[in-house]
Design a protein. Structure first.
Ligand SMILES: O=C(O)/C=C/C(=O)CC(=O)CC(=O)O
Ligand SMILES: [Ca+2]
Ligand SMILES: [Mg+2]
Length: 429
């Protein structure tokens, strides 16, 4: 498809992508004077909606202001698109999602629509991106065989690396939705209990083993009824789209606290997500067969015939600008459709805004590991950065950035954007 938006076709946000997000422009609510002296729309280039959250879609170097565009076009989805979060659009379901996406793609490719749409384009480098949806429940899975094997070796050297249940069900845990934040949120070093292996008693203080986890997140749109499991074949009826997730992890807190109930404070201080939610429709060309599963899973976890949900998403992790890893999502053992089926198989219901993350994505090669725990092999083998310094875990001031791409139609690449965060020193106590 050819868009009239300058540069869009050759960018990572061409009209085949059209991810949704929530943005605001500088104004009273954003970068305006702290004393609030300027009224709404104050300032020479002010807009009455400066500072207010607005729903947008990314196209090339721009954001389309969807509420304003829909109002101008008298589009029936205008109330959904004029909201402050994506939640109403998420709840509207696949028929509405496809209709809005088709309408927008039509306008962005029709030269006759340029005059009507152009006033609603905002340069992306001038906006602030906000958390795009109210996060309902947050679940994190553990579905990379390579990651689970590596972490098993490091955390449980005297046991089998994979737990006996691992190939029978997608292991997961419930995380903390209230501390999910959008990219660029500061990563304040968490404090907590940790116990040095050479000591008999724990101490309290700032984590010395702060880590990243490179993950892909799935955003639920359509809720489900309690006591009615969602089958693998119904994945696309409920899930709206995909974002990137960094499940920041304090390994010293985690390894001391996690037995027997699993991750708790070592991960609950912050989970960062990318601002752009790429609709499943945009990822049609990224679908691939997942790796072979042996033994065959129980019936409720088998791939829907002819409709498996492996995804060929290439990820990249950079620390202070040095790319340290390229995890391949296509190597994940359990697909998001299997994760969703498992999440609901006991009758637990879904809510609009539920977020479930894949688990750390690690491929089979050392350069494909999705955490510093694995890349530095538990701190034994430092990772070198372009400035000549090395890391085992994150230092104060470090910035971690996850980026990703997926194949689109006709050999083009679609961007999933990025999620980044900079570490700040611990506070308090
Ligand atoms: O093996 C363990 O004890 C824990 C591994 C994790 O860090 C849990 C997690 O967040 C799951 C994942 O990201 O794959
Ligand atoms: Ca994780
Ligand atoms: Mg987390």
């Amino acid at each position: 498809m050819v868009s009239w938006v300058p540069g869009a076709d050759a960018s990572l946000f061409p009209v085949e992508n059209l991810p949704y997000g929530v943005f605001r422009t500088a104004g009273d609510g954003a970068n305006g004077p702290a004393d609030g002296s300027a009224g709404p729309g104050g300032g020479a280039v002010g807009d009455a909606r400066d500072g207010s959250p607005r729903i947008g879609a990314a196209i090339g170097d721009f954001v389309v202001d969807l509420g304003a565009l829909a109002a101008g076009q008298r589009h029936p989805a205008e109330p959904l698109l004029s909201a402050a979060t994506l939640n109403d659009l998420l709840a509207a379901g696949p028929a509405r999602w496809r209709e809005v996406r088709g309408w927008l793609a039509g306008l962005l490719t029709d030269p006759a629509a340029e005059n009507a749409v152009r006033p609603h384009l905002v340069a992306r480098d001038t906006v602030e991106m906000l958390l795009p949806f109210d996060v309902a429940d947050y679940v994190d899975f553990y579905s990379s065989e390579h990651h689970a094997t590596n972490v098993g070796r490091l955390f449980r050297p005297n046991s089998d690396p994979l737990p006996v249940n691992w190939k029978h069900l997608p292991i997961g845990y419930h995380g903390r939705s209230g501390t999910v934040a959008v990219s660029r949120h500061p990563v304040v070093r968490p404090q907590g209990q940790r116990k040095d292996p050479s000591s008999d008693t724990p101490t309290f203080g700032p984590s010395q083993r702060l880590d990243v986890e490179v993950e892909v997140g799935f955003v639920v749109g359509v809720p489900s009824e309690r006591s009615r499991p969602v089958g693998v074949a119904d994945f696309a009826d409920h899930v709206f789209g995909v974002c990137l997730v960094n499940d920041w992890s304090a390994r010293d807190l985690q390894s001391w606290e996690y037995v027997p109930l699993g991750p708790f404070l070592g991960k609950s201080f912050l989970t960062s997500v990318s601002p752009w939610i790429v609709p499943l429709d945009a990822l049609r060309h990224a679908r691939v067969d997942p790796p072979p599963r042996e033994p065959e899973p129980l019936p409720y976890l088998r791939d829907a015939p002819g409709d498996p949900w492996g995804l060929d998403i290439e990820l990249e992790l950079a620390i202070n600008g040095t790319v340290v890893s390229r995890p391949p999502f296509r190597s994940m053992y359990w697909t998001p459709a299997q994760q969703l089926a498992h999440l609901t198989c006991n009758g637990a219901s879904l809510r609009t805004g539920d977020l479930f993350a894949s688990g750390t994505v690690s491929g089979p090669e050392p350069g494909q590991r999705g955490s510093l725990l694995e890349l530095s092999w538990g701190g034994a083998d430092p990772v070198w950065l372009a400035d000549g310094t090395s890391r085992t875990f994150l230092a104060d001031g470090d910035e971690a950035t996850i980026r990703a791409w997926a194949p689109g139609p006709g050999g083009i690449r679609l961007g999933l954007g990025e999620v980044r965060g900079r570490v700040e020193p611990a506070r308090g106590h």
